[in-house]
Design a protein around this ligand. Structure first.
Ligand SMILES: [Fe+2]
Length: 178
């Protein structure tokens, strides 16, 4: 499995211009940045981020099968077991017992919060998002209410990265992806 073939597969299932595909690419970029920080395999971490929601369109609105379909697709593609486990783990369909699985768990809602914060800016540009703005939005429970704040704050315990550093890393990674 390479990046090109996985992107084609994910784009086909989610739609070329879909927000979910953009979310998967944002997650890919953040996962790669985290892998670099930890000295881990950035290629594998990136592919895991890119793949993590590949079945979301076909699962909605009932998300009980979410990541279980992705598991079958990824197995057929010969994806590594660690990658599949992380994808399952991000939807509570398996344990998150690797650093990569923990990272995906934390990155997923964080990209959502950063994107939502960018969309209320006049420029609607992630590059203009500031860490303090994201933190302020996180305190407003009505803003992007579906995004789990505790899951974002898990960067401190699960990844040992302070929230400010983590948000900065993700904003920077997402900006590079644009
Ligand atoms: Fe996601």
């Amino acid at each position: 499995m390479n990046r090109e073939s996985l992107f084609a597969l994910v784009a086909h299932r989610l739609g070329e211009d879909s927000p979910t595909l953009a979310h998967c690419v944002a997650t890919e970029r953040c996962m790669m940045a985290l892998a670099h920080r930890f000295g881990e395999d950035a290629t594998q971490w990136g592919l895991t981020g890119l793949a993590h929601d590949l079945d979301l369109n076909e699962c909605e609105p009932d998300l009980s099968n979410h990541t279980l379909i992705a598991q079958k697709v990824l197995e057929a593609e010969g994806a590594p077991s660690e990658m599949i486990a992380a994808v399952l783990g991000h939807n509570n369909k398996g344990p998150r017992n690797t650093l990569m699985a923990k990272a995906l768990w934390v990155v997923d809602p964080t990209t959502g919060m950063i994107t939502a914060t960018s969309l209320v800016l006049p420029s609607k540009n992630v590059a203009d998002v500031q860490v303090k703005s994201v933190k302020k939005r996180m305190k407003d429970k009505r803003f992007a209410a579906a995004v789990n704040r505790d899951q974002i704050r898990a960067c401190e315990n699960d990844l040992n990265i302070p929230l400010d550093d983590f948000l900065h890393l993700c904003i920077t990674a997402m900006t590079e992806s644009e």
